[in-house]
Design a protein around this ligand. Structure first.
Ligand code: NI
Length: 194
């Protein structure tokens, strides 16, 4: 089945994703689909649990354009040495059209693996550091609005509630499985990768 981007409040967005043990053909196909979905949606990053796969991997390109910028595929990323602070607007492909200010460290070190199994170790700052932190949060079940101040979040609370109402009413009418059934569907990935 082709992958698709799941919306908030799909329960997979809240799981703690599992480390990836090996890069195989299946993972490469997943990455290629994730990149297609990210560019189609005009996003700058997409984490695996946003396509309903609870795996520690995300794709990013701060330019949002396949032809430009730097395309990143980070496997089992870890963030260290946060420095400084910066507040800027963020959005998320799981909450289309909703944006809010988030304060984050300005500079971080990220270590990860790429698709060839090479280790990556980099210090990044500015927008790229923000994108990496936002995507890394997804792997831990954290959404950007969790990190917003109460005051800023108040401006988007109604829009978030609306998304939740739509999702819950689809569950009530049987159009979307219950949270329990959605989470049960993830088990196959745990067995494949862990
Ligand atoms: Ni996001």
């Amino acid at each position: 089945m082709p992958l698709s981007i799941i919306p908030h409040p799909h329960p997979t967005l809240r799981v703690c994703s599992r480390p990836i043990r090996k890069v195989d053909a299946q993972l490469k196909r997943i990455v290629s689909e994730m990149l297609d979905l990210m560019y189609q949606a005009e996003g700058v990053g997409l984490a695996a649990n946003q396509v309903n796969l609870p795996l520690r991997i995300f794709v990013a390109n701060p330019s949002g354009n396949r032809e430009d910028g730097e395309e990143l595929v980070l496997i089992n990323p870890e963030i260290q040495s946060p420095k400084g602070n910066e507040t800027a607007q963020e959005g998320c492909l799981s909450l289309p059209g909703i944006y809010g200010n988030v304060k984050r460290p300005r500079t971080i070190k990220v270590s990860a693996y790429d698709l060839r199994g090479n280790s990556i170790e980099r210090e990044v700052d500015g927008f790229l550091a923000r994108v990496i932190q936002h995507e890394n949060d997804h792997l831990n079940g954290v959404m950007f609005f969790d990190r917003m101040s109460d005051e800023s979040k108040r401006d988007i609370d109604d829009r978030i509630d609306e998304l939740e109402t739509v999702f819950r009413s689809k569950q009530a009418s049987g159009g979307i499985p219950s949270d329990q059934d959605l989470l049960a569907e993830l088990e196959q990935w745990y067995h494949t990768y862990c």
